[in-house]
Design a protein. Sequence first.
Lengths: 280, 217, 67
Amino acid sequence: MIAELLFATFFGLLLLGIHRKVIARIQRRPGPPVWQEILHMLKFSFKTTWVPNTASAALFVGVVLVAIGIWTAALFVVTSGGSLLVIFAIYMLHKIVEHGFGLSSGSPYGKFGGVRSVISAASEIPLIVSVAAIAIFTKSLLISDIVAYQTLHGPLLLTIPPAAVAMYVVLISKMPFGPFSIVESKELVSGYKTEHFGVWRAGLEICNGLKTYVLLLTFILVFAGGLPFWLILLAMLLITLSLSFVCALSPMLSPYDSVTIQTIIAGLMVAYVAILGVVS
Amino acid sequence: MNEIGGAPLFFLEFGDIVIYFSPFTITLFLLALVFSVFVLVSRPERQIDIAFGADAFYAKVISLSELKFRRFMSIACGLACMGAMVTGDLFDFTLFVSLVGICNVGIVAAVKSRHVQNAAYQYGLVALAGTVPMFAAAAMVAATTGTLSMLELAEGTIQVPLAARALLVLGVMGEGMAPFYAAKAEMFRAPGAPYVIMCSLSSLLIFLRVAEVILVL
Amino acid sequence: MKKQHTLALTLIAAGSGIAASALNMMHILPDWACAGVLVTAFPLFVLGLGLYWMAREGEADIPFLGY
């Protein structure tokens, strides 16, 4: 289990590094090396660390622990074939973590990052919609059951492509440098993570690595079924590359445009599942 | 029992009211517990703001009386939330959710700022209105099926009317602040991070639980 | 925070995580319990190790307000 955890952290960070490299190459910059995010994590853990004078100390430190803890739990839920609903819950609670990061320091930049995170709550609705669409077909939300269903009936990607698109949008909204990354936009310095420097930031990097790995793994298990391990890693890489293209070629939206577009996508998905529910 | 949130780990029976822990409800319960502990042990942050037109900044400090009231409300909110996460009774669930709504209004209404109080007043009206469809949903379920126990309803022998489910979701949408009342940024940027976090956490948690309840019924 | 405290935190977290995994491999500890221990121990280990390396005991500063 420890090996799994460490592998997930480092592979997730490597994927984020590849993401940065590909974006840079598309924009005709040399870009950082692909292992940059791993170096970043190590670098931050060697930096001088304290809790800002104005911060709510327990919350300031506590959210970092919660951030790593929830995604560690998410990893174990996915690998043990647990309920998709738990993954959905953890994904939504990541919003609380972002809000906590932003508000706990007392910094104005962090505060606006946290507030933006809360107002973009519409980004979660496509996920519950894809969960509902899956439940209509598989009659269960346990990931192990969903994988078993797909070995019998073929990948869900072909059965319910709009649900896969919905979850892909969810992946885009959690990738850095994407059109919906308003929580860490540069006019807010680093958004919600502005004041979490040093070791706190290293913890956040670990959380990001785990989060990327878990979300991509869930996407593959739920929509492509149980593949051999090397093929899963390859699929993760390919999905990351496609996400990098989306992120590199689309500008970051303004906060209200981002919320509007996410709400429209959510509305379309709700309509789709309502039709699916009536038809089946 | 429909194992939508994973196989139930154990049941705690109080007469015909059953509290049950599945991997899903226990995750939510533990998070509510962890954040309630944060509320207990942390002091609020001092928000720094830039004074426009000058090379200066000021910090917003929360007074002790305001701190005590908001901390009390936040802990009450945390307890209500924990109750709503694990209860296996539909009426208890609606009661806990309405308590969460009341506590949320208390947490934000104690802030001494006109903008925050305006937002809190409007949210309070929505939360009050939200209780009507929610209790109506519980009443409809009791009237049509003769039981309020989620475990009995989950067996699928009795059909719960679609209108009851829709009203339940509508009620929770009214009570919860974070997903559907989030555009009121005044409330989420009010000083007092641990307490404000409790508002948004409780609303997300009740929203997540109602998703499970709807899928189980 | 004192260096010794953070070192102790790191070692306790690492020790409990490794012990839980070892017991799990010997089929003494069930999977869910091992996962529970790791979920608590991993974040504490990460922060403890980082703080052991670089935590300062000096005065705190106010947040960044702009250039």
